[in-house]
Design a binder for this molecule. Structure first.
Ligand code: FRU
Length: 325
């Protein structure tokens, strides 16, 4: 069967932050390898109603495929089912919905990450201590699964007590506020586990303001490279450890293209995680710095290619004009 040469892919991100920015960059870079494919990215800024409207908009525009990271599963499920029922393939990334009506999922296994985080906590605290959990947005599947994973791993260590738990909606400021009140109620805390590094930073700031940051260890998830992010926070000692939550934008785009081009693809692509602590953070930073240099070179080459093609086509026009004259 002949395949359409031009595709429009709609990307609906639930949030707007450094992790999403990284994924969007990877998606756009991968798209450079597929001429004739247009990528339209929008962000709902953690607002379910905005994300529903964004997806509706993409449906109305008649996109060929949707990539969606659903803010909260329950609220976003119906609009994704609607798109799917209309025959638009849907690739879910990072978070899931409460339905089978999607074409593929690309992202890490959040339960598994939670489980690894829980094991790390148990080991680091030697099976005993006062723990605080700063959780991600309650209705998002990544937060629910991370929580379940952490709890499952901690079952074997009854002497690790979760003295407080707060939903900080993935946000630094909310984590800071929540942890500030937790600090007021608890005179001793051994460890704070945050569902992402951004919230770990907020919690750390609250502790710092009270001069209590050295009393406890901070653990996060994401491990983004780059200034001020997770890996650097491990290097400067602010975070005791973090776990890689891969953005995988290139893989997401590859799966999307395989679906569009009727090639083989896996319905579930599970990206793996790894512990980042003092032992490997520096190596990781060096390597990601190198990768990001190479990435920029790809972008430079693409711009040059564009410029050459423009010059080439205007020369061709000139040539035709000369022949006609
Ligand atoms: C980014 C983010 C990450 C987190 C993920 C969970 O928007 O908040 O920090 O790991 O979403 O879905």
């Amino acid at each position: 069967t002949p395949q359409k040469a031009h595709y429009i892919i709609g990307v609906s991100q639930c949030s707007d932050d450094e992790w999403r920015e990284q994924m969007n960059k990877e998606i756009k870079r991968e798209a450079l390898f597929y001429p004739g494919v247009k990528v339209d990215i929008c962000t709902a800024k953690d607002d379910n109603a905005k994300q529903i409207a964004d997806v509706e908009d993409f449906i109305d525009k008649g996109v060929d495929l949707l990539i969606v990271s659903p803010n909260e599963a329950e609220a976003i499920t119906p609009v994704i089912e609607k798109a799917y029922d209309k025959g638009i393939p849907v690739v879910l990334v990072d978070r899931r919905i409460y339905s089978d009506k999607y074409t593929a999922y690309v992202g890490a296994d959040n339960y598994e990450i939670g489980f690894q985080v829980g094991n790390y906590i148990a080991e680091r605290l030697h099976g005993k201590g006062q723990l605080v959990e700063i959780a991600g947005l309650h209705g998002s599947t990544s937060a629910l699964e991370r929580h379940r994973g952490i709890m499952a791993a901690l079952k074997k260590t009854p002497d690790i007590k979760i003295v407080a738990s707060a939903d900080a909606a993935w946000l630094r400021v909310s984590a800071k506020e929540a942890f500030d009140s937790i600090l007021n109620c608890h005179s001793h805390i051994d460890m704070v586990v945050s569902h992402n590094d951004r919230m770990a930073e907020g919690a750390y700031e609250a502790a710092l303001e009270k001069g209590r940051q050295k009393e406890m260890l901070f653990v996060g998830i994401d491990a983004l490279a780059g200034e001020g992010h997770g890996v650097e926070q491990v290097i400067n000692g602010q975070l005791d450890a973090t776990f890689i939550y891969p953005t995988g934008g290139d893989k997401v785009f590859e799966v999307a293209m395989n679906i569009l081009q009727k090639k083989k693809y896996n319905r579930e692509t599970i990206l793996s995680t790894a512990l980042v602590n003092r032992a490997n953070a520096r190596i990781m930073q060096m390597q990601t710095a190198h990768i990001s240099q190479l990435d920029s070179k790809i972008e430079v080459l693409d711009k040059r290619l564009d410029a050459y093609l423009m010059r080439y086509s205007s020369q061709q026009m000139l040539l035709y004009a000369c022949i006609i004259i």
